[in-house]
Design a protein around this ligand. Structure first.
Ligand code: ATP
Length: 493
């Protein structure tokens, strides 16, 4: 059996069409020709995404006694975004090519060039380039950023020219108005990150939950950014979902916690099925205004290694800024050292959609099966059973002679425990293929022998091998095989 995994950029196209054809991701508003950088999750996509969110949620809140969750609103007081720095500096530098009229992020053009140097074995040159860019951006010297693009001879891939405009800063927050009458209405933002909902609830949770530092607050929710260039499918969207956890620690201990969470998060990605060889840490050259250390966990997407999760040591920047602007103390009394202080924060922030894309890219498998002229291509999604949209398909070999009724009875008994589907239409091979394409790990087949001895065959998606087991054992055996417990066990070792 030859396993052909595609790693080229064209693989992304196959993944996008697979995602659409099998009900994972649809372009938004498709009958109106779509809305750029906005996508909808279909019947299988929503199950996969919910499973990813659930496994993250439980890994945070269930496995850690000192991490609890909240669900804050998308709308928040506009001063929150003043305090956090988003109103003044949540900008991306943009540049246009005058010939193609295409718009780019100036920093992304330079990052791509640095990645190119690295791929050519000139990592030091790439690093120096990033440092130069970071220095110019830190100084707010946009003309210098433009000059680096010109010195590097970076051209627009559409027009192939270096006829660039000046670099301008663009604020990524979406705003709207609250209030019925426009004179009374006030400006409000759609949150560009979920983190601030956690910061402003820090004391509520700490007091009502009697939490002791160190402790964490986790949240999953929508975030909105008016991205300058949205590309690569669901990698960069204007509406997306974040899974963030703010961990509040005693000042001075943040680096230990930063190192610890880095490891925990890397382990998580491997436990849900992403191979270590396709994951790496990438330290930030340019630290955000709030951070004293920051690293990305990158995944090797078909378009290269790119950020999937950010881990940031955010100091006391956010709580202090909220304390200053709201004039409400954001302090914690630490009984162990008898001191009041504003805790420092280590944050882990992963995009649910980017994780979904990484999982989908990794799972998409094309292989050649059979021998000689019987050879044919098979496509399946190699998803960890615990996150697969459907865990078990129950299939009667034929509809007649009571096999369908027996199969429905088995399907009913399993569906309370996990996502089960019943399918009696078409040849058995076709039905296997349908399940392979959406990543169902197990197919239970009811045949004539079932009617005699109450056993069924269980077909494994990856190996296609079949095992005969008794109906009485099905729920327990399959239940463990598809349970999130198998992921959690890997996290605790
Ligand atoms: P990038 O550099 O790619 O713009 P970022 O560094 O601005 O990302 P963070 O602010 O650290 O991203 O957000 C944390 C996580 O949220 C990212 O690691 C990513 O997984 C996710 N994320 C951020 N922006 C988007 C987006 N436009 N679409 C989808 N996911 C996103």
């Amino acid at each position: 059996m030859e396993n052909k995994k595609q790693d080229t950029a064209s693989a992304l196209k196959d993944i996008i069409s697979h995602a659409k054809e099998y009900g994972f991701v649809f372009p938004s508003s498709e009958i109106y020709d779509g809305l750029q950088a906005v996508y909808d999750y279909g019947q299988n996509g929503v199950e996969l995404k919910n499973n990813l969110k659930m496994v993250w949620w439980k890994a945070m809140t269930m496995l850690n006694d000192n991490v609890v969750g909240i669900d804050a609103s998308i709308f928040m007081h506009p001063l929150i975004w003043k305090a956090s720095g988003h109103v003044d500096s949540f900008n991306d530098p943009m540049i246009d090519n005058k010939d193609s009229k295409k718009r780019y992020r100036a920093d992304t053009l330079l990052e791509d060039r640095a990645a190119q140097y690295e791929a050519e074995g000139k990592a030091e040159v790439g690093k120096a380039l990033l440092q130069k860019m970071a220095k110019a951006l830190d100084a707010g010297d946009l003309e210098a950023v433009r000059q680096i693009i010109i010195d590097e001879n970076i051209t627009c891939p559409i027009s192939n020219t270096a006829n660039w405009t000046e670099v301008r800063q663009f604020n990524l927050m979406f705003s709207t108005q609250v209030g019925a009458v426009s004179e009374d209405a006030s400006l409000i933002y759609l949150r560009p990150e979920t983190a601030q909902g956690i910061f402003v609830n820090f004391l509520n949770v700490q007091k009502t939950g009697r939490m002791k530092v160190p402790f964490g607050i986790a949240q999953i929710g929508k975030a909105f950014r008016n991205e300058i260039v949205a590309r690569n499918f669901i990698f960069r969207m204007r509406e997306f979902e974040q899974m963030e956890m703010q961990f509040f620690v005693r000042p001075g201990t943040e680096m230990e916690w930063y190192a610890a969470w880095k490891e925990v998060r890397m382990k998580f990605h491997q436990a849900i099925g992403l191979p270590a060889s396709k994951l790496k840490f990438h330290d930030h050259e340019k630290l955000a205004h709030y951070a004293n250390a920051a690293v990305d966990i990158e995944y090797e997407f078909p378009f290269g290694f790119k950020e999937m999760e950010g881990i940031h040591s955010r100091t006391d920047f956010d709580l202090k800024a909220h304390q200053d602007l709201s004039r409400k103390k954001q302090q914690y009394f630490d009984p162990e050292i008898n001191e009041n202080y504003i805790p420092y924060v280590v944050e882990t922030s992963v995009g649910a959609d980017r994780l979904f894309l990484a999982i989908l890219c990794n799972a998409y498998t094309e292989e050649i099966v059979g021998e000689g002229d019987q050879q044919k291509q098979r496509i399946y999604l190699n998803l960890h059973p615990a996150i697969a949209p459907i865990k078990v398909a129950v299939l009667p070999l034929v509809k007649k002679d009571g096999l369908a009724e027996k199969a429905q009875e088995i399907s009913r008994s399993l569906k309370f425990a996990f996502n089960t589907t019943y399918d009696e239409g078409g040849a058995i091979g076709k039905r296997y293929t349908r399940q392979d394409l959406i990543g169902t790990p197990y197919c239970v087949v009811i045949d004539y022998q079932t009617m005699e001895d109450d056993t069924v065959t269980v077909r494994d998606r990856n190996t296609m091998s079949q095992e005969r087991i008794s109906i009485a054992d099905l729920k327990e055996k399959l239940g463990y095989a598809v349970s999130m417990e198998r992921i959690f066990e890997k996290l605790l070792v």
